[in-house]
Design a protein around this ligand. Sequence first.
Ligand code: GLU
Length: 307
Amino acid sequence: MLVGRFAPSPSGRMHLGNVFAALLAWLDVRRAGGRLWLRIEDLDPERCSRAKAEQLVDDLQWLGLDWDEGGLQPQFCQSQRTELYAAAFAKLQAAGLVYPCFCSRAERLAASAPHLGEAGPGVCPCRDLPAAVQQRRLAAGERAAWRVRAPAERLAVQDGHLGEYVENLALDGGDFIIKRSDGVFAYQLAVVVDDAAMGVNRVVRGRDLLSSAPRQVWLHQQLGFAPPQFCHVPLLLAADGKRLAKRERSLDMGALRASCTAPQLVGWLAWLAGLQPEPRPQHPKQLIAGFDWQLVPKEDIVVNTYI
Ligand code: GLU
């Protein structure tokens, strides 16, 4: 049975690109007669809030996208699942894969998914600190983020839509943070623990997260989990080639809901996805029978006209 998920972060309103990925994730599961969870990725207390999570749920419902389990119940909110992340952290620590990093500047971002261009590999001098020095600094109360030692190993991910994607874990992803110095667990750890705990075997999401897939597969392996199959979907670009999310701030759900109906938006996105020949209004349910990954472009999609 195919088990997928929506895993939005309530750090702001959903944007057109998130809706595009959510529609494809929904169609993928519904076409296969699988199950879909809604997990709220609200790890970062500074950026996420209950009100934003409620808005997110409301926006998905407005679109006509449903899910089988999940939503605002605590067991589906990452902020309430810290014990599971702590257990996984302890396991990695016991395997000698974790070290404290006293110098991290990028750590504030670690609780969020690293969308394109947001986080480069971290070569951290703390990697080689002698254990005695680590202990002394920790005992002195110095704040530390926690990184995993990424091996200099090539890891190939078979993306269900884009094909093979290979990275050298050490060179491309680097020693990534799995826990911030304020105790907040990082996106990379939480997403792996949750996908495994929730039996997710298919992850459909934007191509901007493709470069996280090898790190996540590696974490699954270290923790003894079976990694899901990833299907990354193209990004929506403005005519100048920039990501729409960065370029057109007006295309968030607030603006979209004010300017069109849900079937208009869904039908237009389905047309961009190659699922119908013209942008005819559609309810998501009407698209299930004709959904086929073969029709969905692999290249990013330049959006020239708006609904
Ligand atoms: N919560 C992440 C985001 O909003 C997505 C995580 C994922 O799909 O792996 O970008």
